[in-house]
Write a protein that binds this ligand. Structure first.
Ligand code: SF4
Length: 235
């Protein structure tokens, strides 16, 4: 029996991969990204335990909403920390004809993760910055690890959405966006590049946890900035 530690579930998500998706937020994260929306997932001992079968029962109840494109997305937290559990869950999804999507920072490559990728249809790769120094300062992870993960996805021909949160004074420059689009076009696996506006809806979560939110004074990202950066893709 496979048991995983899960923070929460979202029945019908529309922003976590293709189509309508059942989203599982795994508990535990080894990073501390300054813009993190889910600080409640950080604690490796938080959340609640579920078996893969229990999660599948929840998924099956939503199956009729998935349509052709939708399915299950496992997010977090960092799903790679519980790779064996997610692998089993994805195997069960595949047996039921349900598509699988993994939302990750790409921080770990090991045999368990490689096995998990064999059952993953789409990866949402959270690529924090295109500058190595900023990357490390922002989340504590080496950019090289994300690059290695992206190369692995390319090698394994796994559809990838390259995602980045656009934050004022950090990732809102033309230079950064152009580099991101270059990285995307250099990898055949990348089917989409998504620029996500920085939002502060998570502030109340930080207050509740008694954790300072590092970006509390940073402005939310207006739609016109996102539009300006997307336009660079075609220049
Ligand atoms: S990897 Fe995700 S869950 Fe972990 S700190 Fe960063 S944004 Fe938060």
């Amino acid at each position: 029996m496979h048991i995983g530690r899960i923070s929460s579930f979202q029945s019908l998500g529309t922003v976590d991969g293709p189509g309508v998706r059942y989203v599982v937020f795994m508990q535990g994260c080894n990073l501390r990204c300054k813009c993190c929306h889910n600080p409640e997932t950080w604690d490796m001992h938080g959340g609640s335990e579920y078996t893969t079968e229990e999660v599948m029962k929840r998924v099956e109840r939503c199956k009729s909403y998935f349509g052709k494109e939708g399915g299950v997305t496992v997010s977090g937290g960092e799903p790679l920390l519980q790779a064996k559990f997610v692998t089993r869950l994805f195997q069960l999804c595949k047996q039921s004809g349900i598509s699988t999507c993994l939302d990750t920072s790409g921080c770990i490559i090991n045999d368990d993760v490689k096995e998990l990728l064999c059952y993953t249809d789409t990866v949402l790769l959270d690529y924090k910055s295109t500058n190595a120094k900023d990357y490390k300062n922002f989340c504590g992870m080496d950019m090289q690890a994300a690059d290695d993960f992206l190369s692995l996805l390319d090698k394994m021909h796994i559809d990838t959405y390259l995602r980045q949160v656009v934050i004022k004074g950090f990732t809102d420059s033309d230079k950064n966006a152009k580099r991101l689009f270059e990285i995307a076009s250099a990898h055949e696996c990348v089917k989409k590049t998504e620029l996500l506006p920085f939002r502060k809806m998570c502030v109340s979560k930080y207050d509740k946890l008694g954790i300072p939110f590092p970006l509390k004074d940073t402005e939310e990202t207006p739609a016109d900035v996102i539009e300006r950066l997307y336009a660079l893709k075609y220049k």
